[in-house]
Design a protein around this ligand. Structure first.
Ligand code: G4P
Length: 280
């Protein structure tokens, strides 16, 4: 509801999602929330995602009718393209203003996304050193602050916070794996086993190489096989509890830290094909 109130003030929504989990990091009701307002889908943390799959996802969103861009808000890669893309999305509106003899005003945008997806990082990156917070304007809700970024774009200073897909168990694991939701909600060793299953399926060579594994279980989708794999990794990494037993929590911590920090390489844990399946 808060986002819908803000829609009246803006021209375009920047929907920020995590390029590693583009489905799980999307709010399930985003289409209803944003309605007909022009939208730019920004696949953030692209530095941590598989570049080939990121390309697939950008094409997927474009095919759905949303302009999309891969960015890395932390380092700034791709961020410079955002104002031009927003302008492109609003080309007709801007042309109408010019035709009426009006001077086009800067485009007003709202950044929206689930927690931890990088909204504040992106606001700071877009604002840069020359950020100037502008005050109240006629016709604008009192107290609403705008951040001027360059000549063409103004951002609402508070991002729209969306809830994640917590009802879908797989999405819950993906969100916990990437650190979008606190892993304490789920058992850390279960989250790590889930990650190992995903990697065995999508990136078997990465998994083998990182942990020096000669082979992977035949049926990694089997929870017991994944737990055994976690045990092997724990033993190799010296994650031991008393009596020579593996400390599963420690082993899980190793796997999750490796994933989140990019030590396992650039990985994407969902494909556009899965999106077709989940929409059916
Ligand atoms: P939010 O406002 O949407 O809640 O997210 P925020 O900007 O606070 O970003 C959450 C974390 O994600 C931050 O890490 C931030 O540095 C990181 N981050 C944002 N954009 C990118 C990106 O494009 N690439 C990478 N690699 N990281 C990004 P943090 O606060 O330092 O937390 P953490 O590093 O301990 O997870």
């Amino acid at each position: 509801r808060q986002i819908q109130e803000k829609l009246k003030l803006i021209d375009v929504v920047f929907e920020l999602i995590d390029a590693r989990i583009p489905l799980a990091s999307r709010n399930p009701m985003i289409d209803e929330i944003v309605g007909a307002k022009p939208r730019l889908v920004l696949l953030n943390k692209a530095d941590l995602a598989d570049p080939v799959r990121t390309g697939d996802w950008v094409r997927h969103f474009r095919a759905l009718g949303h302009e999309a861009l891969a960015i890395d808000a932390a380092s700034g890669t791709g961020v410079k393209e955002i104002p031009a893309k927003a302008k492109e999305l609003l080309r007709e509106k801007i042309q109408r203003q010019i035709a009426k003899g009006m001077k086009p005003r800067p485009i007003r945008a709202l950044i929206a996304g689930i927690p931890n997806v990088g909204k504040s990082t992106l606001i700071n990156r877009l604002a840069g050193r020359n950020a100037a917070v502008t005050g109240d304007r006629p016709g604008v809700t009192k107290g609403q602050q705008w951040i001027r970024t360059g000549a063409d774009l103004e951002l609402l200073d508070t991002p729209g916070i969306l809830w994640p897909k917590f009802e879908d168990p797989k999405a819950g694991f993906l969100l916990a794996a990437t650190g979008a939701i606190k892993e304490e909600i789920l058992h850390v060793d279960e989250v790590a086993c889930f990650v190992l299953q995903m990697l065995a399926e999508g990136y078997p060579d990465v998994l083998k190489e990182r942990y020096g594994l000669a082979e992977l279980p035949e049926k990694p989708e089997d929870m017991q096989a994944a737990a055994q794999l976690l045990e092997v990794i724990g033993r190799k990494r010296g994650c031991l509890a008393g009596g020579g037993h593996v400390d599963y929590e420690k082993a899980a911590g190793v796997v999750l830290r490796d994933l989140r920090s990019g030590k396992l390489g650039r990985l994407t844990l969902e494909t556009p094909e899965e999106s077709a399946v989940s929409a059916e």
